[in-house]
Design a protein around this ligand. Structure first.
Ligand SMILES: [Zn+2]
Ligand SMILES: [Zn+2]
Length: 320
């Protein structure tokens, strides 16, 4: 298994994007993505063209759609869903999510706390989060300044509070790619752990919760328990393990690069603990948890200490 660079939230001229499906896929190839999901607003009109171009250029294109409703947006990946966005209401949203999942799709809560620019109907998630707890993925980071600003902080807090309550949502970034950005001012990647970059393997990796999001730092993180290794997203039988972490800069990351790392933050339902880490150094640190454990990587970027990468959780208890 290895981690593949993915972008799970994109648009084309079939909705309000500026690139045709072919242009988007060509750009994704240039940007080094192994896989992207095409998630146009309430339409799959561009999907087959994008899949075809992806086959030609060696980029996996996951079939998707963005349910774009007045109360919030969801990216739905897999291409199996028959749910119509206009039928979704605050009252039935959890049933619609469950319906899409039962057909084999993966549902993410998109940009839950982003206001949209200048003001975008439904960008900000106004659904009751209590009704969304069955969603698979949560966009903890979004758009151009993924790890900075109020929305990022609020989304991270909300995701932590879900994890604290035992709700298992996988962390993803959503570029919400609309434009042909030559040099993005700042953007992140979602890396997905999978056996290959084939669509079914990437979807399997997402379903397992094997992801991390990052602004230019490649993270190698696993849990070791009783001599056995567990990938991100796994359930650790005893909830007691050593977390192994090492990081290196992403070579072709085009935006501001982190100068050096400062610390790894181990977060569980019991609180947070920081351990020093530098680029190229492998650390092992103990973690004990009854619900979850995630790792945040901090370092110097743009002249301040920033959160540079976040892993989805390791879990304890039950099954995935
Ligand atoms: Zn949206
Ligand atoms: Zn979008």
């Amino acid at each position: 298994m290895r981690y593949f660079r993915c972008e799970l939230h994109t648009h084309t001229t079939m909705s309000d994007g500026k690139m045709t499906p072919e242009e988007l896929v060509a750009r994704a190839a240039e940007c080094g993505y192994a896989a992207i999901a095409l998630t146009d607003h309430n339409t799959v009109a561009g999907v087959e063209r994008a899949v075809k171009e992806g086959e030609r250029l060696g980029v996996t294109v996951l079939r998707g759609i963005e349910w774009t409703t007045f109360w919030g947006h969801f990216t739905v990946i897999g291409g199996n869903s028959d749910v119509l966005w206009r039928d979704i209401t605050p009252q039935n949203v959890s049933e619609k999510i469950a319906r899409a999942q039962s057909l084999g799709d993966i549902v993410a809560i998109a940009h839950p706390r982003r206001m949209g620019y200048p003001l975008c109907s439904g960008c900000h998630c106004d659904y009751d989060i209590e009704k969304l707890t069955g969603a698979d993925n949560y966009e903890i980071w979004s758009h151009y300044y993924p790890n900075e600003g109020v929305a990022a902080r609020q989304q991270l807090e909300q995701w932590h509070s879900l994890l604290n309550r035992g709700i298992r949502m996988t962390a993803v970034y959503g570029y919400d790619w609309h434009n042909r950005d030559d040099v993005p001012s700042s953007y992140a990647y979602t890396y997905v752990g999978a056996d290959s970059a084939k669509a079914e393997d990437i979807i399997r990796g997402l379903r397992k919760g094997a992801t991390y999001v990052t602004v230019g730092v490649e993270v190698n993180c696993k849990a070791v328990c009783c001599g056995k290794e567990y990938q991100i997203g796994s359930v650790i039988p005893s909830g007691e393990c050593e977390i192994e972490i090492s990081c290196r800069p992403v070579d072709d990351y085009r935006s501001d690069k982190a100068k050096e790392l400062t610390r790894a933050e181990i977060r569980t339902e019991n609180g947070v603990r920081s351990v020093p880490i530098r680029f190229g150094e492998k650390i092992m640190t103990k973690a004990t948890f009854a619900r979850y454990c995630t790792v945040g990587i901090y370092g110097e970027r743009k002249g301040e200490e920033q959160l540079l990468a976040v892993t989805s959780a390791f879990y304890s208890g039950g099954e995935r």
